[in-house]
Design a protein around this ligand. Sequence first.
Ligand SMILES: *Cc1c(COP(=O)(O)O)cnc(C)c1O
Length: 637
Amino acid sequence: MNAKPDWSIADADELYRISGWGAGYFRLNADGNLVVSAPLRNGKTAEIAMLDLIEGMEVRGKSMPVMLRVQNLLENQIKLINESFSKAIADSNYRGKYRGVFPIKVNQQAQVIEDIVRFGKPWQHGLEAGSKAELMIALSMLSEPGPLIVCNGYKDREFVELGLGMTKLGFQVIFVIETPAELPIIVESSQAMGVRPVIGVRAKLFSRVSGRWNATSGDRSMFGLNASQLVGVIDGLKAAGMLDCLQFLHYHLGSQIPNIRDIRTGVREACRYYVELVEEGAPMRFLDLGGGLAVDYDGSRTSAIHSRNYALEEYCVDVVETIQSVLDEKGIEHPTIVTESGRSTVAYSTVLMFNILDVTGFSDASLPADIDEKASDLVHNLMESYRMLSDKTVQECFNDAVYYRDEARDGFMRGQLDLRTRSQIEQIFMVIMAEVQKIADRNPDALSEPEVLKTMLADIYYGNFSVFQSLPDAWAIDQIFPVVPLHRHLERPTRNSIIADMTCDSDGKIDRFPENGEVSRALPLHEIREGEEYYLGAFLVGAYQETLGDLHNLLGDTHVVSVYINEDGSFDFVGEVEGDSVADVLSYVEYQPNNLLAQFRQTAERAVRNGTISAGERQHLVNAFEAGLRGYTYYEQ
Ligand SMILES: *Cc1c(COP(=O)(O)O)cnc(C)c1O
């Protein structure tokens, strides 16, 4: 075995913080493999090594990269939020219920919505739609009345009439008014169709929250009604004789709210609106807090933006108790509490799995074999820095080395330094940096900016995936996702790395990793071994990533495989969605694969006529082209 006594599973867990972000769903087993610990319906858990799942996929012809969905985790997240609210409600003698809805925009994939509807049935977990297309999904997927269908977003007449039709069928459709312009459409259409709809209002709170999405909250938020617009809607409903339809108050402070205090402040302000609506005479029944329940991506359990300083139970208890205390003061009936948790519902269940194709090392430089007496001064100066290097001089030598390296680059630009000299200088420079790193590892205060060095020495691991397609938030908004090897955790990872993807784009990389509530610019990984695959997983990627992804470099959708882990610990591949082929992505950008093939055939045929290639060679080329069109857009073995 490769087990080294100086490295244990506990060290690996601490390094990658798996116990922190894994929420009990992911852990390392004694063999050094990363396992999914899947909650079962009988209350137990079953563990499956991710490598076993990869093996199962490869047998089924699914090569990397693969988006893995573990349905048990989604099922459990839905169960947890419903049970946690039920418990908080029972414990505090709250006299209302909880009803969850899933906001479709967070993951619109048919398989995911199907799963949510199915797993949510015991609790009548509903859906939230923010557009016409999403409403169509909600109306057809929730095939029986019961769960709430909350309609946010701009609603035109078509949208409203569809919802009203479903109300007539007994479905619990709620029309949340976001702008004053929607009111006349809802009033006129419902009168014309003879339906009494349930109407909600979206309040614009002035409470501001910390975190990345804080622009959704506060006075300048783009969404919701301000106080005077709210009065206008109340008066409009009164005038139409429809104030009895106003039963629902909604707000949404933004996604990923890391600080529980902001959640409480928001609820308290919303309760003030709720009280006022009741006093205006509206028969209020529902208070909808929107989303915001955060995911602890970095495992630090702090109020840092990628984390959260509360657990689900605390969230539920705080919400229930805050509402209760404000409304009890006024003697108002407790509403049904609605939340629209998207991120925390789906983030856990999806893992992007990919293999490493190649590595460019930066930390293995060695000194040039022979340094000429007559070599450039820069070479000698650098060698002097190297000899001077010690714990005491480390910062000075680091600064000098960077200076000489930059001088050498300038000299090369001006034509004063040749390629071989520049190469020698870069080599010596990297040797110095590696030594500096060793000193910095021993003595963390040795350097003023240790991260700079880490980035400079980080090896580039080339991953078989596209950041733009599968992890767009890592590129667009510097979202952090935990990235962890799926195996080899009995070995100490010795390389500091960043991960580049398959696009030829300098932004196509992952170079921000969680480290103790802060961001590290490099990730420790294992040395890859000849002839052996090295697999990594990017975790907590179930929310927002799939439809925000794009076709940069025409790398298409990955394969998606859903598994359900059974009570006997066996697992079923319950759904496989084939990733895009090259022909698929070409047709998305309006090429006709058949025409491309025909054109290519002609080009090859001309070459045969000119005598450049033989007819047999032509056939070979055409076959390769055809196979290419059918193939996966990612690297295939
Ligand atoms: C995006 C959104 C949500 C989902 O928020 P999460 O933080 O992902 O739970 C809920 N409600 C509304 C109105 C939204 O726009």
